[in-house]
Design a protein around this ligand. Structure first.
Ligand code: TRP
Length: 346
């Protein structure tokens, strides 16, 4: 209902019938912090599933640049990483006419809502939030930005009437805090905010890096998503394997190289490779070669498109500006009702 009122797909150019069907779909929203170069773990764990989800939901995918500001204090780099995230989405096939792609900072309504929501956020909820607790436990300096991170995230989600939030397990707590905030607000003002559900991606959860630990820039074990072919191959050959001989039977499931391979080929191919490894006679080097080829098949074209987007910043920024305008219109419709409710709209 709210969707119809605010005109819904926010100006995407769809035929009327398609637009109506589209507007009735549930909203899936998620954000990526531009705090590192996109890697294969991001692709398998987040980007690829999100693009699939965008077929079934009205998807809102944004670049959480103000969240990145909790850790990244270099303007030039934030700008560059923002462009990289945008170019990555577009290169992988996000259709900006269907999926709303925008920068968080292009929607000041989110900031305004964050303040309002903070007045409905129990301090105890933030005390218990993992990111803040970890910082305190490790005696790292915690800023107010890190502390209120979950409130800003709640504003990201609630400003758009989001139904589901596809996230990794590490973000589940944040979505729960968001729900609690929404319920508390609604308890006072009536059902204005939509309490969202987290959509946890179970099966692709832990993508191993080259050392077998979760692929993460903090472990320096990532495989860059759009590295040129030779650099990619080199990195793939750095994946750690045990020193069993080619002839020896091997256990595929425990090996990071096989875990990655599995994600890039169809199930029968993965099973065939697993059987060959268990039988003996197949070396890890061969699995690496096959993995490299599979990654090339999947990503060579997106890589070329990625370079094209980054080579044409005005075009890239144009897409973001358009997405930002549509996002603002949607968020503003909700904010107007929120201001009316709390009494800051006269
Ligand atoms: N906190 C998320 C992360 O670190 C990024 C994020 C910011 C987000 N706002 C969001 C994710 C809203 C989902 C919904 O990955």
């Amino acid at each position: 209902m709210r969707d119809d009122r605010i005109g819904c797909n926010g100006g995407a150019r769809l035929a009327p019938a398609a637009a109506t069907a589209f507007n009735r779909m549930q909203i899936a929203l998620t954000g990526i912090k531009p705090s590192g170069h996109p890697h294969l773990g991001n692709y398998l764990g987040m980007l690829r599933p999100a693009l699939e989800l965008a077929q079934r939901y009205r998807a809102f995918y944004f670049i959480a640049d103000y969240h990145a500001l909790t850790t990244l204090h270099e303007g030039r780099q934030l700008r560059e990483l923002t462009d990289e995230v945008a170019a990555t989405w577009l290169a992988l096939g996000l259709d900006p006419q269907k999926t709303l792609l925008y920068r968080q900072s292009d929607v000041p309504q989110v900031m305004e809502l964050a303040w309002i929501l903070s007045c409905f956020t129990a301090k105890g909820w933030l005390d218990r939030a993992h990111a803040y607790k970890d910082a305190v436990a490790q005696e790292r300096e915690a800023t107010a930005g890190l502390y209120t991170y979950p409130v800003l995230m709640a504003a990201d989600i609630l400003a758009f009437g989001t139904n589901v939030v596809p996230v990794g397990r590490d973000q589940k707590q944040h979505v729960e805090i968001c729900r609690d905030i929404a319920l508390r607000f609604n308890h006072t003002y009536g059902d204005l905010l939509t309490p969202p559900e987290p959509l946890i991606r179970e099966e692709v959860e832990t993508i191993p890096g080259i050392d077998g630990r979760k692929m993460s820039k903090s472990y320096d074990n990532t495989i860059p998503l759009f590295a040129p072919g030779p650099a990619l191959r080199k990195r793939i050959f750095q994946i750690q394997t045990d020193s069993t001989s080619v002839a020896a039977p091997k256990e595929p499931d425990a090996a990071p190289v096989f875990q990655l391979y599995r994600h890039f080929v169809a199930a029968p191919e993965a099973q065939a490779m697993a059987a060959r490894l268990r039988a003996g006679g197949t070396g890890w080097g061969e699995v690496k070669e096959q993995l490299w080829q599979a990654v090339e098949r999947a990503l060579a074209e997106p890589r070329a498109r990625y370079q094209e987007w980054l080579a044409d910043r005005p075009r890239l920024h144009g897409v973001l500006a358009e997405g930002g305008a549509r996002a603002r219109a949607i968020a503003e419709a909700l904010l107007r009702r929120v201001r009316q409710a709390v009494g800051t709209e006269l």
